[in-house]
Design a protein around this ligand. Structure first.
Ligand SMILES: Nc1ncnc2c1ncn2[C@@H]1O[C@H](COP(=O)(O)OP(=O)(O)OP(=O)(O)O)[C@@H](O)[C@H]1O
Length: 294
């Protein structure tokens, strides 16, 4: 798989503050890469540099092996969290307006169909629901038939149905061979959509790989959760990793069934016990901690 976008030794400072600290990344053609991290980790700064909107303090971005230039914006689509559009434009007219900004563009009818905007195509854009607005913003980012698409927290504020629906659209766009870089605070979204994820904290990458690989590298296959905070000595003799979080004791193990006899003891309550596979939320908290970020 060839590399579409390369990030080389990228650093960005705001005054004395280093928001992005020497990161490197290769984004391969057709992949969806998720940039995850707590508030203030440096995701938006990184995205703006990758989009060519912000000039980095140090390092470079290569597109198809060459430094990005003024033609880069013809090749990319950016789904902004908000876009200011004149009120008197319908959905279709917004798309026509945006298509006029580019040398080549997708068929408006195709983008309307892909983003399932047929029913509202002649409606004023300001009358759209939250989910429809998000689909319009996605459609606007696709209007130049971009090779590379940036989605910045695309489903923030959507209800569960609209999020699921949006994920289907992104999967369809991936099937068209497009490369996607997205930021999200929803770990299930990253798990659903991303081939590769990067977890960022304090301006640096703290993990990088496919969700599956990262989970395998960082966890045993099963997690048992017990209500209450048990002292570590209770599980000392068992081949497990024990941690505590939010009033629960979490036990990582190879196989719950093998462990069950050893857990049947009077000082361990099975009430509220649950067994599950590790997920990206576990990984995120393991690597970035539980402290509140402001
Ligand atoms: N224009 C700016 N001037 C000064 N500091 C900035 C500026 N923009 C961002 N920062 C700081 O850089 C750090 C990284 O911010 P950034 O917005 O990139 O993080 P983020 O990961 O996108 O956060 P969030 O998830 O909250 O959107 C933060 O500490 C932020 O306060």
């Amino acid at each position: 798989m060839s590399v579409l976008l390369s990030v080389r030794d990228l650093t960005h400072r705001y005054g004395d503050f280093t928001a992005v600290n020497n990161i490197n990344l290769d984004v391969h053609v057709g992949q969806c890469v998720g940039l995850l991290g707590p508030n203030g980790a440096g995701k938006s700064t990184t995205m703006e540099i990758l989009e060519g909107v912000l000039k980095p303090s140090h390092g470079e971005i290569l597109y198809r092996g060459l430094p990005i230039d003024k033609n880069f914006k013809q090749e990319i689509g950016i789904q902004f969290q908000q876009t200011t559009l004149p009120d008197y434009l319908t959905v279709k007219e917004c798309l026509k307006l945006f298509s006029s900004f580019y040398e080549s563009h997708a068929l408006i009818s195709h983008v309307i169909q892909l983003c399932q905007l047929q029913e509202v195509a002649n409606q004023y854009h300001y009358t759209l629901s939250g989910g429809q607005k998000q689909r319009l913003l996605l459609a606007l980012s696709l209007i130049n038939d971009p090779k590379l698409i940036f989605l910045d927290e695309p489903t923030t504020g959507l209800d569960p149905q609209a999020r699921l629906h949006f994920w289907q659209l992104v999967k369809q766009i991936k099937q068209e061979g497009k490369t996607i870089i997205l930021t999200t605070h929803y770990m299930d979204e990253a798990e659903q959509l991303c081939d590769q994820i990067v977890i960022m904290d304090k301006g640096q990458f703290v993990a990088e790989g496919s969700p599956e690989q990262l989970l395998n590298d960082n966890f045993l296959p099963q997690i048992i959760e017990l209500d209450g905070l048990y002292p570590a000595y209770v599980f000392n003799s068992l081949p497990v990793k024990v941690s505590q979080c939010a009033g629960k004791t979490r036990i990582e193990c190879q196989c719950f069934d093998d462990l069950l006899p050893a857990l049947k003891r009077p000082d361990v309550s099975s009430q509220g016990m649950s067994v599950r596979k590790p997920n990206l939320e576990d990984l995120f908290l393991k690597l970035t901690g539980n402290e509140l970020r402001i």
